[in-house]
Ligand binder design. Sequence first.
Ligand SMILES: NC(=O)c1ccc[n+]([C@@H]2O[C@H](COP(=O)([O-])OP(=O)(O)OC[C@H]3O[C@@H](n4cnc5c(N)ncnc54)[C@H](O)[C@@H]3O)[C@@H](O)[C@H]2O)c1
Length: 247
Amino acid sequence: MFDLKGKVAFITGAGRGIGREIGLNLARAGAVVAVTDIADTVFETAKEAQKYRNESIAVKCDVSNLEEVTNAQKHVLDKLKKVDILINNAGIYPQKPFLQITADDWNKVMSINLFGTFYFTKAFVPGMVERRYGKIVNITSISGPAVVYPNLVHYSSSKAAISGFTKALALEMATLGINVNAVAPGAIDVGNMPVGEETLTQIVQAIPMGHMGKPIDVANLVAFLVSDEANYITGQTIIIDGGYSLP
Ligand SMILES: NC(=O)c1ccc[n+]([C@@H]2O[C@H](COP(=O)([O-])OP(=O)(O)OC[C@H]3O[C@@H](n4cnc5c(N)ncnc54)[C@H](O)[C@@H]3O)[C@@H](O)[C@H]2O)c1
């Protein structure tokens, strides 16, 4: 386990799924965590995280709403004084054929997946620059940066943009002690796959390892990337997909 004692980590979309597991895993590694989500379940995540680091807190926030982001930023800095580690995880993946995607659908996906990442990075990077220390991990997907799944043009576009954002920001931050990386998961079992049984079987059959990943698989990679053991890695999008994108 990596040692994150003395660090404060902020994780978006931590009310369930991958974000929840990232939050708990970072707390297990010794970080005080501020978990945030649009859903009330984030308070349960914080309660669980407090078993490892009792200073951990929850903040309710819609990442696509700049005013709420600013309030969350103020609240966290007021309570915990700094953010060393930022995990931009909140994301939605609604499936729709391109011919049915409306401008509203497009805006919603971009607002949450891409603007949310931008807003929180803008919120916490200045403090990181001041302290010459920061670790940012953006959760993208293999869909967009590496492969594409059907009916996800808006989603794949937002996730490809996150990889570009990650590289470009990493370059600007390289001399300032701030690492910026992205993690691109394949199919991870979070218990609510928005697809039927048949599609699910097809997805699993296409994974060389023969099974979906678990949230903890992603959380362990994130824990490594935000640790000082990964100090020389920046600007990368690291795929974690059981080999799905290999063939
Ligand atoms: N599960 C997968 O197979 C998979 C694969 C690749 C990438 N991802 C990415 O991983 C991330 C997490 O996905 P997941 O599978 O855990 O999803 P999930 O739906 O299980 O959890 C997402 C969380 O984000 C929260 N959220 C949604 N909109 C929000 C908003 N506007 N503001 C704040 N919080 C909001 C939800 O309330 C929820 O708690 C997403 O960015 C997703 O695109 C997931």
